[in-house]
Design a protein around this ligand. Structure first.
Ligand code: SAH
Ligand code: SF4
Length: 378
């Protein structure tokens, strides 16, 4: 029997079995999934894409995630940190080009020097832009105090991927120590919500040992977490990481890409008013990857504003695109691509998550007990 496609077009609470079925969909069923997601996107968030200028602030990282090219144990990477001037130049570029927001991403550090530095930088960016530039941070797990200080200094969105909601799989992707603890990461997501950030999370798709059933659980997990923003994309192996040994057992890249697209589409159907990024990793596999993500539900794109000389050393994964393109060139090619995908660009707009705004309105608390994957329907 085929998939009951009525669940795509009538109000429906997707269960685990539905999600597995749709993640495995092919042919006309797959097309129907994408069409339904596109329709929901249009109705709930409109056909507008918001730009966030991405600054890869530093590749200095105290962690050793087994999948990541800038992990502490990779000694082949030259470590860098942008100067204040370089960050401010990128902020000015974002302003001049009417991006309205930037994302500052970095390897994880929790030392006082780093925390102070980020706090000061946030204040500098806010004053440079007269508060006009929205700031998203992606700097890993921090204490509540650090999250509060950075929030007070002007950051109002935070991206922290759970990577996988499967505790067992998480433990295969990270060293077993207290700085790579699954529960701490979930706790950090709760802290971010408590402090007042718009909270973004997501997973990697096509990891070694990951199943479609596990991805279906990820979707239910993100829904349960009630995230405001999502960033998800294919896992891409990096030769200088421990996970590289499993390359032979991975899904082909095109399948990882297609599964990622389906994850975007399903998340759009399940969480209609959140922001969903069309991630760079999508583009690494398919040159039109981000446009395809936009067509099936994404509404945020992050043009890279990192100074060119550092990009080679911020390779979380291999084949990262735009390693040798100036920001300006990236901008014009992106603009044309978004128009081709039938969308407009929300110039000069923060493009905050509607979902966040709606929650503020209803004053609904963050789910205090996030259902663990083991509690989810099998
Ligand atoms: N240090 C911060 C932010 C930088 S890493 C953090 O870890 O949260 C940002 C994201 O890059 C990670 O959350 C992970 O999902 C992604 N990433 C890392 N290595 C990757 C790989 N090999 N393939 C695809 N995505 C990867
Ligand atoms: Fe560091 Fe983030 Fe890479 Fe983990 S994923 S090693 S925390 S930069």
């Amino acid at each position: 029997m085929g998939i009951d496609l009525s669940m795509l077009t009538t109000p429906h609470r997707f269960n685990h079995a539905d999600l597995v079925e749709l993640l495995n969909s092919a042919g006309d069923d797959r097309k129907a999934l994408f069409a339904a997601a596109a329709a929901v996107k249009k109705e709930y968030v409109g056909n507008k894409v918001f730009f966030r200028g991405l600054v890869e602030y530093s590749n200095i990282c105290s962690k050793n995630c087994y999948y990541c090219g800038v992990r502490r144990g990779n000694h082949k990477v030259d470590r860098y940190q942008l100067t204040d001037e370089e960050v401010l130049e990128a902020a000015q570029f974002a302003l001049d080009n009417r991006f309205a927001s930037m994302v500052i991403q970095s390897g994880e550090r929790t030392d006082a020097k780093f925390v102070d530095k980020i706090e000061k930088l946030l204040a500098l960016i806010k004053s440079l832009s007269n508060g006009k530039l929205g700031i998203t941070l992606s700097m890993g797990e921090q204490s509540e105090e650090t999250y509060r200080r950075w929030f007070a200094a002007g950051a109002h969105r935070y991206l922290l991927r759970i990577e996988t909601s499967d505790r067992q799989l998480y433990s295969k992707l990270h060293p077993q120590d207290n700085i790579h603890d699954f529960d701490v990461r979930i706790g950090a997501l709760k802290l971010l919500r408590k402090v007042g950030y718009q909270v973004g999370s997501g997973v990697m798709v096509g990891l070694p040992f990951q199943t479609v059933e596990s991805l279906a659980s990820d979707l239910l997990f993100l829904k349960e977490l009630d995230i405001d923003m999502a960033g998800l994309g294919p896992f891409i192996e990096h030769a200088d990481t421990p996970l590289y040994q499993y390359t032979g057992s991975l899904l082909p890249r095109t399948e990882r890409f297609d599964l990622s697209l389906k994850m975007v589409a399903l998340l759009r159907l399940m969480m209609k008013d959140i922001n969903i990024a069309a991630t760079t990793a999508m583009q690494s596999i398919d040159p039109q990857g981000r446009e395809k993500a936009i067509m099936v539900g994404s509404n945020v794109i992050m043009p890279n504003l990192t100074p060119l000389k550092y990009r080679e050393n911020y390779k979380l994964y291999e084949d990262k695109p735009c390693i040798d393109e100036e920001a300006e060139q990236c901008r014009s090619c992106l603009e044309a691509r978004i128009h081709m995908a039938g969308n407009e660009i929300g110039w000069d707009e923060w493009g905050d998550s509607h979902h966040f705004a709606a929650r503020q309105g209803s004053n609904q608390d963050f789910a205090s007990d996030v259902a663990m994957p083991t509690d989810l329907p099998a």
